[in-house]
Each structure stands twice: as structure tokens, then as C-alpha cells.
Design a protein around this ligand. Structure first.
Ligand SMILES: [Zn+2]
Length: 94
């Protein structure tokens, strides 16, 4: 009688293990299908670059820059600013 009870318990354990294995397989397959169906994300639009700032090459004539020609960017109407030392000066007439 005890052998029959042990055999029944073993059968129940094996049935439970088989059910768990089948559930794992089903969950894996379902997850794989769900991941495969996931939509591909749209590529991000390219970042717009700011418009290039126009500059002129001018001799700065300051102690820091010496007489080297450095880039001077517009700094208000009629003025340009040295890119190296920050000195403002009148824009050359074109
Ligand atoms: Zn300068």
C-alpha cells in the first residue's frame, strides 16, 4: 500500500514537472513572437545645424593677439569681435 502511495506521488510530481516544462516552452515561444512583432522605431530626424556665422580675418593689433590675423565675428551693427581675445572694433568697410 505504501508503494502505491509513493508511486502515485511520484506520478503527480512528474505530471507537474511536465506541465511546468510545457508552460516554459509556451512562454518562450510567445515572448519570441511578441518581440518579433514589435515595430521598428522610426529613425530620429537629423538635427538641424545652426547657420554658420560669417567672420572676417583681420589683424587684431592687441598685446594678446599681436598683429596676427584672427577671426572676427559680427558683434552688433558695425562692429566685429576678435575670436581670440574678445576685443571689439569697427567692422571694416567692404
Ligand atoms: Zn584679438
Amino acid at each position: 500500500m505504501a508503494d502505491l502511495l509513493a508511486l502515485g506521488l511520484l506520478g503527480l510530481l512528474l505530471l507537474g514537472a511536465a506541465t511546468l516544462a510545457a508552460a516554459l516552452v509556451c512562454a518562450t515561444v510567445a515572448a519570441g513572437r511578441a518581440l518579433r512583432r514589435r515595430p521598428v522605431p522610426e529613425p530620429l530626424p537629423a538635427a538641424e545645424l545652426p547657420a554658420p556665422r560669417l567672420f572676417v580675418w583681420l589683424a587684431c593689433h592687441t598685446p594678446r593677439c599681436g598683429h596676427l590675423e584672427t577671426a572676427h565675428y559680427p558683434a552688433g551693427p558695425g562692429y566685429v569681435m576678435c575670436d581670440q581675445c574678445g576685443t571689439h572694433r569697427r567692422a571694416p568697410s567692404s
